[in-house]
Design a protein around this ligand. Structure first.
Ligand code: IPE
Ligand code: IPE
Ligand code: MG
Length: 230
């Protein structure tokens, strides 16, 4: 029987891991896995929006991933270019906006330009946000925020520091999903994850379809979040 999910998270963040292993199983290059992962990500965003989730953050490229071989990075940049030229238009048409967290200044100039345009051209009245984490690392993000606070010469509260992070205008994630079998955060949203629920699955990201996403949300909706209270 289909479960009735009553408690929908406002913000879901996903560590999309396992593309390389998915490709390897098929004797294909890792980039092929990233292409399949991007299709899964687009389908997931559509599903998230349909379920009434407001914010979907996807870990697409970590600061550490920039050390990967040049061919793989080129493949990823090609996918990012495609996303910000073609796929974002479908997103806009559905009334959704795209945002980015991470330091994109380390990416090729052409890619940076497309990302900036993609964010700027997003509808102003969006009710659903896809937030791409690109060259994102939580430690780097926190250091940027701390340095911004220092340059103002003022001590900060938790809420003020939160406003200096890349995620300033978003709520903290309610649920963090990691596919691909590893049980770790890999430098993702360390500050924002303070009270997030965690969901780990062995499913490799290209196989993480709408049914799997719904399963994760159903699992979340059964949890009891106490936030330290009784
Ligand atoms: C995650 O998949 C996507 C990115 C890091 C860009 P991986 O590329 O890490 O895939 P595995 O973990 O090697 O299978
Ligand atoms: C985390 O996956 C980064 C992304 C999904 C973009 P990795 O594959 O890079 O993480 P580790 O190396 O297994 O921790
Ligand atoms: Mg991986």
């Amino acid at each position: 029987m289909k479960e009735n999910i009553t408690n929908i998270p406002r913000h879901v963040a996903v560590i999309m891991d396992g593309n390389g292993r998915w490709a390897k199983k098929r004797l294909m290059p890792r980039t092929f896995g990233h292409g399949a992962g991007m299709n899964a990500m687009i389908a997931m965003a559509r599903k998230a929006k349909a379920m009434g989730i407001r914010y979907l953050t996807v870990y697409a490229l970590s600061t550490e991933n920039l050390a990967r071989p040049k061919e793989e990075l080129e493949g990823l940049y090609t996918l990012i270019r495609k996303y910000f030229t073609k796929n974002v238009k479908e997103l806009y048409a559905e009334g959704a906006a795209v945002r980015v967290i991470g330091d994109i200044t380390a990416l090729p100039a052409g890619v940076q330009q497309l990302i900036r345009e993609g964010v700027e051209n997003s509808p102003d009245d969006a009710q659903f946000f896809v937030i791409l984490a690109l060259n994102y690392g939580a430690r780097a993000e926190i250091v940027r925020a701390v340095n911004a606070a220092i340059s103002r010469g003022e001590r900060v509260t938790e809420s003020e520091l939160g406003k200096l992070l890349d995620t300033a205008d978003m709520p903290d994630p309610d649920l963090i999903i990691r596919t691909g079998g590893e049980i770790r955060l890999s430098n993702f949203l360390l500050w924002q994850a303070a009270y997030a629920e965690m969901y780990f699955t062995d499913v490799l990201f290209p196989d993480f379809d709408e049914k799997e996403f719904e399963k994760a949300i159903a699992d979340y909706s059964r949890r009891n979040r106490r936030f330290g209270n009784v």
